[in-house]
Design a protein around this ligand. Sequence first.
Ligand code: SAM
Ligand code: SF4
Length: 425
Amino acid sequence: MNEYDSARIRNALGLELTENPKKADVIILNTCSIREKADQKALSSLGRFKNLKAKNPNLIIGMGGCVAQLYGEKLLDRMPHLDLVFGTRTIPLLPKLISDIEEKKRRRTVETSFDIEDVFEIEPYHEEGKVTAYVSVQQGCNKFCIYCIVPTVRGKEVNRPVEDIEREVNNLIKKGVKEITLIGQTVNSYRRDGVKFSQLLWRIAEIEGLLRIRFTTSYPRDVSGKLIEAMRDIPKLCKHIHLPVQSGSNRVLKRMKRTYARESYMDIVRRLRDAVPDIAITTDIIVGFPGETEEDFNNTMTLLEEVEFDGTFSFNYSPRPGTEAATYTDQIPWGISNKRLIRLQELQGEITKRKNVERVGRVEEVLVEGLSRNDPGWISGRTTQNRVVNFPGDRSLTSRMVKVRITEGFQNSLRGKLEEINQGN
Ligand code: SAM
Ligand code: SF4
């Protein structure tokens, strides 16, 4: 979501990009507040630009995103070299905010309103030659997970009109994009003008020139029968779902207010696998939620083994200002939580590696995204299950769908050999 917003900020400003902060006329920091570490990183990054401002008083420094939304005015008090604070919904106002500062109509501005007419206005900058792109279909979140700061900093759920989504996808296809990922905090709860998420998928699948559709992140209770059918019946829809479970303990899930139990989560997993046998399922886990006992944690470990997730993003619980869970008195010491996190990541690492090794010998369809990062002279792409595959090949194959025989499986990627280039794309 932040990557997408950064690309929108870039387009909103319409300025030439420089990698060198010393050469910049405007510096904008886009920030994340999901955990304390990200929040602190945002503030310390800002500190680094203090000297530049001292040397060049005309330099405009702005902070946007979730940290800006959260602290607003207080940031100006704390950071005398900061000129502009804008929130998660005010990106469309950026050109006016910047020009007002430039023309000295305003100094040191804060604009964090949620009351914006079209929060999706301004499409993101798209890097030339990039084959994949995100498309936002939803802003904000209407759930009440009591550890989470997202509803505070991104506001209530707003769903984007289908026509606007289709227009953005069409624009991207004209720029050479072959795969889009629809994004939203609980993307599968999308509903706009009577169109539900599964229907949106069918509409997007009709767009010519698009080879693949992905979506993230899904909320377990909102996985409908129609969504499962869409995953089975839409050939362009990739065989992967990111379905955060957060914990394997019903006691913890209830306390988190996640609105589902381990058993109902397992039921969704079974239904997805019945409909799409080769589907990849990935998840998010929070370790060390207030009051988490060793038994609760062991329940999460057994869930990992029971589901055999293809991958997991896991985090130590981090208390966030203004959330209910931060006020709980039974916080878990970091030392205990982190030991559990390491155990969990070791277990998931073994499962992921095993599942990757199981792919050896198979022929997978891969959309080539470009040169491989680690192997010079090799190219790289992803399978429908979102596994990275590196294989010897020419970069001219970028944006083509090819068949690759898998020869090796590692923890984070696969290696293979080009078998065939698909015709007609
Ligand atoms: N909306 C998505 C969902 O509920 O699945 C993702 C929201 S959040 C950007 C991504 C992940 O951050 C969550 O799934 C959760 O695991 C984690 N997270 C959220 N709040 C957290 C906190 N206070 N401490 C640690 N991890 C947190
Ligand atoms: Fe946060 Fe996701 Fe829960 Fe929304 S559904 S409150 S974004 S964890």
